[in-house]
Design a protein around this ligand. Structure first.
Ligand code: CA
Length: 299
């Protein structure tokens, strides 16, 4: 007996006297073997910003007519059997998805689902950019004069200020630039710092962060707008403002603070970070300032 084959049978009766009847006939077909089921696809997923790429292996024996793809239980795509990958571009950052791929044979037999779970990265991966590096050169001023109104703005002329690398300050071996090589009487209550830098395509800048350590207190401005302060009371700050705490330079250096910088503050071309550091009291033995400014590019 061969599966799928037709057979004709005939039965003839023979009497005791040896007389044969006419044959009674019947034709039957032995059922064919069931069509083979494709193996479940072995699915892998590669998630990146904005997409998930699924790929899977082909069944080595059973011809596959198409693959049916579902996500979180709902059909999302059907691809021809000749294709072994599919890209889902309709994904949300930070979201987990369950995918299933079912192979359908040319005879219409479905495989078990091949499944994979994947999480799309939480945030687009930006290219790091450093606008102000550690140890950058800063224009600085440390005296008892009143501040000029526009000293935090891009257009302010700091050509007559001194220049030196951060950390700047006095009274600590941690500073690279000593802003009080000789005693000043009375000892100033604050120091001013400015660093200009170039920005191209500011609209593609995201996640701007200023990281600073300073003692005793600090106020930071980007293009004339305050982005944050530490150890300083609220309100207008001037050259005579004092800090609300009195950390040592070493303690300040061990405990940096960060301030977000909205991208809208940045402009094409020249930009400036300005900062003032303030002591907690007139005879403070130390003062320091260091600042970096990092961000990411979206493209
Ligand atoms: Ca101090």
């Amino acid at each position: 007996m061969v599966a799928g084959t037709e057979y004709d049978y005939a039965v003839v009766a023979v009497s005791a006297a040896g007389v044969l009847s006419a044959p009674g006939t019947v034709t039957v077909t032995v059922p064919a073997e069931p069509d083979p089921e494709p193996v479940a696809p072995s699915v892998s997923a590669d998630a990146s910003s904005g997409q998930v790429v699924l790929s899977w292996s082909a069944d080595p024996e059973v011809e596959v007519a198409e693959y049916r793809i579902s996500r979180d239980g709902g059909a999302v795509a059907t691809v021809p059997g000749s294709e072994l990958s599919w890209t889902d571009t309709d994904v949300v950052a930070g979201t987990e998805y369950d995918y299933a791929v079912v192979a359908v044979s040319a005879a219409g037999v479905l495989s078990a689902p091949g499944t994979v779970t994947v999480t799309v990265p939480a945030d687009p991966v930006g290219t790091p950019v450093e606008f102000v590096a550690e140890g950058a050169d800063w224009a600085w001023k440390f005296d008892n004069e009143a501040w000029l109104d526009d000293w935090t703005s891009v257009g302010f002329d700091d050509d007559l200020w001194a220049l030196g690398p951060a950390p700047l300050g006095h009274g600590s071996s941690l500073v690279a630039t000593d802003i009080m090589p000789e005693s000043i009487s009375p000892q100033p209550l604050s120091a001013q710092f400015r660093h200009t830098f170039e920005v191209q395509d500011p609209t593609t800048v995201v996640n701007g962060v200023v990281t600073t350590w300073a003692d005793d207190g600090v106020v930071v401005f980007v293009n004339g707008v305050e982005v944050g302060r530490a150890n300083m009371a609220p309100g207008t700050v001037d050259a005579r403002s004092t800090a609300t705490a009195r950390p040592s330079t070493a303690d300040a250096a061990a405990d940096p603070v960060t301030f977000e910088v909205p991208s809208a503050l940045l402009v094409e071309g020249e930009n400036v970070v300005a900062a003032s550091a303030h002591v907690g009291y007139r005879k403070s033995p130390d003062l320091s300032f260091e600042l970096t400014f990092t961000a990411e590019r979206t493209e």
